[in-house]
Design a protein around this ligand. Structure first.
Ligand code: AMP
Length: 438
């Protein structure tokens, strides 16, 4: 199978060649021809499968088949993503693959000034990549016109639902023509996703490349049992003795991420933390330093890590297991990407045995346990309940009161509290949860 058989024009094939890709990934081979034919597509594909190119390439191809819009505020294609980082990455892909085509694109997300974004759209763009909250703000200011939208793409739709963006998405869709192509990409086909898809997609082609909630075969997974208070020591030892040069480490809380990053620095390991309380600039800088291998360890919370595209990341460490088992799959999806082998190591203390059992149940396999004798858990230590964060009841009335900007500010502030994700994954449409993601 080669890219040249998929129906892509010379300009795109040239750009693909320049990226160094030699053959399409399975999701690309399946999705690209369908999208060029303007079919609606429901695709189950996790990050790391090449899904971004899987929709960006045919999107660019199909835009070249129709006339550009005359009205400057009108856009032709919209990609909605759950996080700023993912929006920025998709935008990079659009620029990379579209570099020999005349289309203009813009990325729109919260946490930065709105005026430059309004100004960019005013100049006329074909493709917008956006997080739902900020886009709705811009639409509210009549800063964008969806009436001639040809193609809507929902990327990581499952995560957008988890993060409570469903109302924003529905409001945006009401502004769009019903005659349009819609593509929905999601890591899993949960009942919620199926419901969303049935309302949005017309006779969709279904493309599925990974088993539901399965973890990639190219990722080796290991659990080391260790007491909580010795995790940092073990992590430092693993990094040093195994000479890990680029490690993404997950903690459950922002405070935990900051503390661990500081402690690693004190042990002589260059580290930075990335989480929702950090400014967009700080997050971008930390990610760039990590990619450039100027820092060895990036300590992240689940939200911040979502959408990070770091090529060939060899090691992911779960310093703490996630409260939500699906997050384990997302976390370790950072490694072993696009055919590369990766290693996911989980440091598990006695308090986390239930979390581990839930993860193994979800991925339908037992994770290999490897004892490290020097760190054998103390049998006298008893399990303690894990801090679960506050309960998360949806506060739908938030949508009715106040301007969106005010709400965003409140959200940013309240996000500074710890442990907000808790166990109630499905109830995330409250204001606090949505703040630092848009
Ligand atoms: P994604 O699933 O879109 O996040 O892509 C995961 C990674 O795979 C990115 O780093 C892409 O640059 C890379 N990638 C995408 N398509 C291909 C391909 N056909 N061959 C090799 N790598 C690819």
């Amino acid at each position: 199978m080669s890219f040249s058989t998929l129906g892509l024009s010379q300009s795109l094939l040239k750009a693909i060649k320049e990226t160094g890709y030699t053959k399409p990934t399975p999701i690309q081979a399946q999705a690209i021809p369908l999208i060029i034919q303007k079919r609606d597509v429901l695709a189950a594909a996790q990050t790391g499968t090449g899904k971004t190119a899987g929709f960006t390439l045919p999107l660019l191809e199909r835009l070249s088949q129709s006339k550009p819009n005359m009205n400057k505020y009108q856009i032709r294609a919209l990609v909605l993503t759950p996080t700023r980082e993912l929006a920025a990455q998709v935008h990079e892909s659009v620029k990379t693959y579209g570099k020999h085509l005349p289309y203009r694109s813009a990325v729109i997300y919260g946490g930065v000034g709105i005026n430059p974004q309004l100004a960019t759209i005013r100049k006329g763009v074909d493709i917008v990549i956006a997080t739902p909250g900020r886009l709705l703000d811009i639409a509210g200011k009549k800063g964008i016109d969806f009436s001639k939208l040809e193609c809507l793409i929902l990327d990581e739709a499952d995560r957008m639902l988890d993060m409570g963006f469903i109302h924003d998405i529905k409001r945006l869709i009401k502004m769009m023509p019903s005659e349009r192509q819609t593509l929905l990409f999601s890591a899993t086909f949960s009942p919620e996703i199926k419901k969303l898809a049935s309302g949005l997609l017309k006779e969709p082609a279904v493309v599925e490349v990974a088993r539901e909630n399965s973890t990639g075969e190219q990722i080796s997974q290991v659990v080391h049992y260790v007491d909580k208070h010795r995790k940092r020591e073990l992590l430092t030892q693993l990094i040093k003795t195994k000479k890990w040069e680029q490690v993404l480490v997950f903690t459950r809380t922002k405070h935990g991420a900051n503390r661990l990053s500081k402690q690693l620095e004190e042990s002589g390991i260059k580290a930075a933390a990335i989480h929702g309380n950090k400014s967009q600039g700080a997050r971008t800088k930390a990610l760039a330093s990590f990619k450039a291998k100027e820092i060895r360890v990036l300590v992240a919370t689940d939200i911040a890590a979502r959408g990070l595209d770091i090529d060939q990341l060899p090691h992911v460490v779960n310093f703490e297991l996630p409260n939500v088992p699906e997050d384990y799959v997302h976390r370790i999806g950072r490694t072993g990407r696009a055919g590369n082998v990766g290693e996911a190591v989980s440091l598990v203390c006695i308090d986390e045995l239930d979390l581990l059992a839930n993860i193994e149940k979800l991925i339908k396999k037992e994770i290999k346990k490897v004892d490290i004798p020097a760190f054998a858990p103390d049998p006298n230590i008893k399990a303690e309940p894990i801090q679960k964060g506050r309960s998360q009841k949806p506060k739908r009335d938030q949508h009715k009161s106040g301007s969106r900007s005010n709400r965003s500010e409140k959200k940013e502030k309240s996000e500074s509290k710890e442990g907000r994700r808790g166990n109630s994954r499905n109830r995330k449409s409250n204001k606090n949860n949505r703040g630092n993601r848009s």
